[in-house]
Design a protein around this ligand. Sequence first.
Ligand code: PMP
Length: 324
Amino acid sequence: MEYDEGQGWHDPRVVPYAPMQMDPATSVLHYGQAVFDGLKAFRQADGSIKIFRAERHARRLNKSCRALCIPEMDEELIRRSFEAIVAADHEWVPRALGTSLYIRPTVVATEVMLGVHPAHRYTYFVICSPVGSYYKEGVKPVRILATDTHVRAVQGGLGEAKTAANYAASLSAQQEAERAGYTQVLWLDGVERKWIDEVGTMNIMMKIGDEVITPPLAGTILDGVTRASTLQLMRDWGLKVSERKVSIDEVMAAGRDGTLEEMWGTGTAAVVSPVGELAYKGETITIGGGKTGPLTQKLYDAIVAIQYGKSNDPHGWMTEVKVP
Ligand code: PMP
C-alpha cells in the first residue's frame, strides 16, 4: 500500500514476494524514516490460525509512525493486512510445537528527494517468515551486560518508537557485549546512566523480595506487547507489580544480598527470557543460581498456552484468521 499526499493511503494489495526497486535518492535511505513492528501467528491444536494481540501491534505501529512524521494508517486496515498476508498461504503457518509465523509490518519513506523534511510518499509492506522455536532445549538463562558507555535513547528522543534508527544506535554496544561473551546489552538512561531502561530486543523485569519491578514507560523504552501481557497476567495472579524507576545499583545490591530472586526479559521472539547473570562495571552477579526461576517459567508457560490455544484467553488477545 502507498501513501501519496492528497491521496492518502491507497492500493492495499497482496503480491508475491519480490525485491523492491529503489532510486538511490529514495528518502528513507538518507533520512531514516523507517518504522516497523513484529508479531506472530500461531497454529492452534484444531488447525485454525490465530494472531497474538494484532490490535495492540497495529496501534503501536501507528504510534511509531507519529514519532517519525509518517502519516498514520487506519488501524482496522493494518489488522486486515496482517490477516490477508497470513491467509494468502495458510500452509506457511508451521504446525510443529513452538513454531509460528513471524509477521513484520514496515513503513518506509519512498519519496525520491534529497532534503531534510518529512517525505511526501511512503510505502507500507508486510513480510512474513515461519520461525522455529526460540528455545530448542527448553527455556535457558542468558548473560547480559549493563553498559554505561553507550546510550540507546534519551528523553525526548525516539526510544518509544520501533524505528530502524534505534537498532542502528544499538549495534556497536551489542557487538561489544557479544564479543565479551554476553547475549544482550542492558541499557541505562542517557542522563544519569543509572536507571535501567531495557535490553537490546526485550523489556526487562525482576523480582526483588515479593515485588516484581519493571521500568516505567517514560519515553525511552518500547511499550512491549509481551511486557503489557505479562504485567496483566501477574496482576491477575495477585502479585505485587511496580512500574517504577529502578537503578542498576539497587539491582546489583539485591543481587549481592540474595533478594534479587529472578530477572527476565520479555519480547515477541523469546516470549520470556530468564537472565542468569548480570555484569556491570567488572562485577558479575548470578541470579537465582543461574537457573530459570519459577515465576519466569510460569509466565512463559502461561503466555505460550494462550498463544497455542492450550488455555483460555481471558483478555481476548487472540484473533482468528479466516482462511478461504
Ligand atoms: N524493546 C525493544 C527495543 C524491542 O526491539 C522489543 C522487541 N519488539 C521489545 C522491547 C519487546 O517488545 P514486544 O514484547 O512487543 O516484542
